[in-house]
Design a protein around this ligand. Structure first.
Ligand SMILES: *Cc1c(COP(=O)(O)O)cnc(C)c1O
Length: 459
C-alpha cells in the first residue's frame, strides 16, 4: 500500500471528492475533513497524525479480540492461497464453512444447530425475515406473516433491515417500508418507567406491549417477534430481568417465533457466547455478524433453530435465496481462528467473572457521581452513560444530543474513542481489555466529562 505517499490533507481531499460515507452529513464531513485511522494494535487505534486513542467501541462493536492479531492474518493468507473462493450453491461446499457451522452449533443454545451465511448483519436479517415468513407459508399459514419489533431497534441498513428497525430518521428516508412490521415500546426504564414503578414491573409492562400487539393483529396473523437482547445502537438499553422471560412466555403462548438479533451481543460481549444464554432464551433464529470474525473479515451467520430448520429441510423444497459470498472460505477461516482465540484466552469467562463486574463497578464508582451523569449501566463489556443537565429531574441539555457530542469530542481529544447516540455515551470495548485498561478508560472519560461541563456551563 502506498497511502504513506499522501499527506493527511491530500487523503482528506480525495476522501471528500470521491467517498460517500455511511450515516454521515456529507456537507459537514467535507467541511471538517474525515479523521483518518491508519493502524491499530491491541486496544489502541492510531490516526494519520500519530495520535493514539483507546478504542472504547471495538471498531464498531466488532473487534472483540483486539487489533494486530497475526493469527487471523495468517489464517486468511493460508486460505487465500489454498482456495480463495468457491460458492456454496449447486450442492457444493468448501471446508471452512462446514467446520465453522459445527463450531457454531456447539456454542449456540441447544435448540440451535443450523447456519446460513452472509456478509453483514443487515443481510443476515434479510435472510431471517424471509426464512421466518417462508416457514409459516410451508406450514400452511401464509397469513401468519406480521413481525413485531421495537421502537429504536437497529437491525441494519438494507430495506428489509431498516423496516425491521425502529429508527424514525431511517424510516423517513425509506419511502415505503416492507409491509406488516409493527413497532412496540422499548424496555428502557430510565426514560419510560412511571414514577414509583419498579424495574421488575416496568419490564413486565414493556413485555405486555408485545402481547397487546399480538392480540391487536390476532395471533394467527403474527409470525415472529424480533429484538436485540440489549439494544445496541439505540443506546445500550438493558432490559430489566423480568422482560425476556415474559416475552418468551408470550411468544410461546401465541405460537409466535422468537428472533434474536445478536449482531452486537454475540460472541462473548455479555459474558456468555450469546446473550440468549445470559437471559435464558431459546430463540428460533439468532442473527450474528460483527465479532464473529472480530471484524477482520465481513461475515454474518444466521443461526437457525431446530423448529424452522426441520420444516425447511423436510417440507420446504428449494429456498430461493442466497448470496455469492454465503460461506466465503476466507471469511470462515478467519472466524474459526477468531473463535479459537476467544476460547483459548478464556475471554468469555473473563468478561463474565472478572472484567464485566469490574467494568460495572468502575462505572458506578467513578463515573455515576459526575454532575453530568444521570445514570450508568452495563452488562458484560457493554455500557452506557446518560448525559443530563439535572440529575434529579433527568432534564437534558438542548438541543437534544448536543451535550453527548461535546463529551465525545473531549474524550477523543483526550485519547478515548467512544460514541454518542442521542444523549447517551456508549461503550463496547474489545474483550481483551483488562482491569488496567478499564481504569485508563474511566480516567479519560472523567476528564472529558469535566471539560464538557465547563463548555456546557458557558453556553
Ligand atoms: C450493526 C448491526 C446490524 C447490521 O449489521 P451490518 O453488518 O452493518 O449490516 C444489525 N443488527 C444489529 C443489532 C447491529 O448492531
Amino acid at each position: 500500500m502506498t497511502y504513506q505517499n499522501y499527506s493527511l490533507k491530500q487523503l482528506q481531499q480525495i476522501d471528500a471528492a470521491h467517498h460517500l460515507h455511511p450515516f454521515s452529513d456529507h456537507k459537514e464531513l467535507r467541511e471538517a475533513g474525515s479523521r483518518i485511522i491508519t493502524r491499530a494494535n491491541g486496544p489502541f487505534i492510531y490516526d494519520s497524525e500519530g495520535a493514539e486513542l483507546l478504542d472504547g467501541m471495538a471498531g464498531l462493536w466488532c473487534v472483540n479480540i483486539g487489533y494486530g492479531r497475526d493469527e487471523l492474518a495468517e489464517a486468511a493468507y493460508a486460505q487465500m492461497k489454498e482456495l480463495p473462493y468457491y460458492n456454496s450453491f449447486f450442492k457444493c461446499s468448501t471446508p471452512t464453512p462446514v467446520l465453522l457451522s459445527k463450531k457454531l452449533a456447539e456454542i449456540a443454545p441447544k435448540n440451535v444447530n443450523q447456519v446460513f451465511y452472509g456478509s453483514s448483519g443487515s443481510e443476515a436479517n434479510d435472510t431471517a425475515l424471509r426464512l421466518v415468513r417462508h416457514y409459516w407459508v410451508i406450514e400452511g399459514k401464509p397469513e401468519k406473516n406480521r413481525i413485531i419489533s421495537r421502537k429504536m431497534a437497529y437491525h441494519g441498513s438494507t430495506i428489509a433491515a431498516t423496516s425491521l428497525g425502529g429508527m424514525d430518521a431511517m424510516h423517513r428516508q425509506l419511502s415505503g417500508a416492507v409491509p406488516n412490521i409493527v413497532h412496540v415500546m422499548m424496555p428502557y426504564a430510565y426514560e419510560l418507567a412511571l414514577p414509583g414503578e419498579s424495574d421488575h414491573d416496568f419490564g413486565l409492562r414493556a413485555a405486555k406491549s408485545v402481547e397487546d400487539a399480538i392480540l391487536e393483529a390476532g395471533a394467527d396473523k403474527v409470525a415472529a417477534f424480533i429484538g436485540e437482547p440489549v439494544m445496541g445502537a439505540g443506546g445500550v438499553k438493558i432490559p430489566p430481568a423480568s422482560y425476556w422471560p415474559e416475552v418468551q412466555r408470550i411468544c410461546r403462548k401465541y405460537d409466535v417465533l422468537l428472533m434474536l438479533d445478536e449482531v452486537i451481543t454475540g460472541y462473548g460481549r455479555t459474558g456468555e457466547w450469546f446473550a440468549a444464554q445470559t437471559f435464558g432464551i431459546e430463540p428460533d433464529t439468532i442473527t450474528t455478524a460483527k465479532a464473529l470474525t472480530s471484524g477482520y473479515q465481513p461475515l454474518s451467520a444466521l443461526l437457525v433453530g431446530d423448529r424452522i430448520a426441520s420444516t425447511l429441510v423436510d417440507k420446504g423444497g428449494e429456498f430461493n435465496h442466497g448470496y455469492t459470498y454465503s460461506g466465503h472460505p476466507v471469511a470462515c477461516a478467519v472466524a474459526l481462528k477468531n473463535l479459537e482465540i476467544i476460547e483459548q484466552e478464556g475471554l468469555v469467562e473473563r468478561v463474565r467473572n472478572d472484567t464485566g463486574p469490574y467494568f460495572a463497578k468502575a462505572l458506578q464508582e467513578r463515573i455515576a457521581g459526575h454532575d453530568l451523569v444521570g445514570e450508568v449501566r452495563s452488562i458484560g463489556l457493554m455500557g452506557a452513560i446518560e448525559i443530563v443537565k439535572d440529575k434529579a429531574t433527568k432534564e437534558r441539555f438542548l438541543p437534544s444530543g448536543s451535550a453527548a457530542v461535546t463529551v465525545r469530542d473531549h474524550a477523543i481529544a483526550n485519547g478515548m474513542m467512544l460514541r454518542a447516540t442521542g444523549d447517551t455515551m456508549i461503550l463496547s470495548p474489545p474483550l481483551i481489555w483488562t482491569r488496567d485498561t478499564i481504569d485508563m478508560a474511566c480516567e479519560r472519560i472523567s476528564k472529558a466529562l469535566d471539560l464538557a461541563q465547563v463548555d456546557l456551563r458557558k453556553r
